[in-house]
Design a protein around this ligand. Structure first.
Ligand code: PMP
Length: 434
């Protein structure tokens, strides 16, 4: 039945919607943390709506809140007609935000949050340039986001008119593997020397930089977790040069990395904090731009648009924050991380093609290489592992051509199910390597 439906789709859909290699089935429904396809196959969901369903597919309180708001308010343009649900959500977001973040602006998607965040940094400083790291992903449907997203060449395809005012450096840790072949561990401090002594001397005056746009953990680019030393040096550079720290927590935020925001692991104090995906809690589309009083107190930047912060979306997000902060959700993320470390990390020593296993909370990546000596990327090995996992009932996150297989289960996934999924993945990797 999946094949029949794909054939119908392919007659009418645009080319990018005809790509069925990565997920070779058509879904009919979800049951909490399971996906069911039209042929009755069942898959453990390690995608979680790419992070947008952090509490399983249809968490009861979120769904009820969305339905009630839809019934009571219908669609409303919150930028114009304010409503009580939106006000409550704004208060709740400020209450959970890192110290110093006191204001929130409506947004509709991660992409639009990035657009507003970059505008805010330029407005607050009067400076033109944004420092952004190679390998990051910030969306791709607008010209700015296509220009700052460099995790896949196709994002910056020929049809993307490049936006100026950007200066790039490689994301920290990215050269550890497969490119860093020197002896000893990769050193993030040396990396910051490179930025400060090379980039800022040869490419751009530091006083021309308005802000640094960075993912606290590199997500789409392959789950790279920067070191504390990197963050110390980066935040010191922000202080020294007056750069605004624009943290893109669209994917890492709202519990994904074991804390409400990933930046908490290093006590980061962003000036601008971007939220999307998980903030919707599996409800309706919603995103948020948050910032300090200085940045947001008197701004002329708008984040909204007709569909930003509808009552139904706000109600779902608000119910989601209650799930995030109930004590049990983050405890389960800790169990997920512990389980992944126990079952998946030993594969690095056991299997030649497993170059690395990296994670923070429920944001997990398994890196495949051709062999430990050359540590060359192994996208084909990755493809076969992913396909065989699907055959055995596990759907993880993959993008063909890349070589890091990602697991990002719902934060509330029952630990027995996650454990089974990890065991299955480990078996598949051993079988494919054999
Ligand atoms: N920022 C990050 C870090 C993301 O991972 C994504 C989406 N994967 C985006 C921004 C874009 O969000 P959206 O797809 O909601 O526009």
């Amino acid at each position: 039945k999946s094949a029949e439906l794909f054939a119908r789709m392919d007659k009418v859909a645009a080319a990018p919607m005809q790509d069925h290699d990565e997920v070779p089935f058509v879904e009919v429904r979800k049951e909490d943390c399971l996906i069911v396809d039209v042929d009755g196959n069942v898959f453990a969901d390690l995608v979680a709506g790419w992070g947008a369903t952090p509490y399983g597919a249809t968490p009861a309180t979120v769904t009820e809140a969305v339905v009630a708001a839809q019934r009571n308010y219908g669609m409303e343009i919150t930028d114009y007609v304010q409503n009580d649900i939106a006000i409550e959500l704004a208060e709740k977001l400020v209450a959970i935000a890192p110290p110093g973040i006191t204001r929130v602006m409506v947004s509709l998607s991660g992409t639009l949050a990035v657009e507003a965040g970059v505008k805010l940094a330029r407005e607050a400083t009067g400076r033109p340039m944004i420092l952004v790291f190679h390998g990051q992903y910030h969306g791709e449907v607008t010209y700015l986001t296509a220009s700052v997203s460099t995790d896949l060449a196709e994002v910056n395809s020929a049809s993307s008119a490049y936006v100026g005012g950007l200066v790039f450096a490689p994301y920290p840790q990215q050269f550890r593997a497969p490119f860093h072949r020197g002896p000893g561990p990769y050193d993030d401090t040396l990396y910051m020397d490179f930025i400060e002594e090379w980039l800022l001397v040869h490419q751009v005056e530091p006083t021309q930089i308005a802000g640094v746009l960075i993912e606290p953990v590199l997500g789409e680019g392959g789950i790279h977790v920067p070191s504390a030393a990197f963050w110390e040096r980066l935040t010191a550079a922000c202080d020294r040069w007056g750069w605004k720290l624009i943290l893109d927590e669209v994917q890492t935020g709202m519990g994904r990395c074991g804390t409400v925001f990933a930046g908490e692991h290093w006590d980061l104090r962003p000036d601008i904090l971007l939220l999307g995906k998980g903030v919707a809690a599996g409800g309706q589309p919603i995103a948020a731009v948050m910032a300090t009083e200085e940045v947001m107190g008197t701004t002329d930047v708008h984040g909204g648009g007709t569909f930003a912060w509808t009552p139904a979306a706000c109600a779902g997000a608000s119910a989601g924050i209650d799930v995030l902060t109930n004590g049990e959700t983050l405890a389960n993320v800790a169990r997920i991380e512990e389980t992944a470390r126990r079952i998946l990390s030993p594969l690095v020593d056991e299997v030649e093609q497993v170059g690395d296993v990296r994670m923070l909370g429920a944001f997990i990546g398994i890196e495949f290489v051709t062999d430990k000596a050359s540590i060359k990327p192994a996208p084909e090995f990755h493809r076969v592992v992913h396909q065989e996992c699907v055959n055995r009932g596990v759907l993880g996150v993959t993008q063909l051509g890349k070589w890091v297989y990602r697991l990002q289960p719902p934060l509330t996934m029952p630990i027995e199910l996650f454990e089974w999924a990890c065991e299955t993945i480990a078996d598949v990797i051993r079988d494919v390597a054999a």
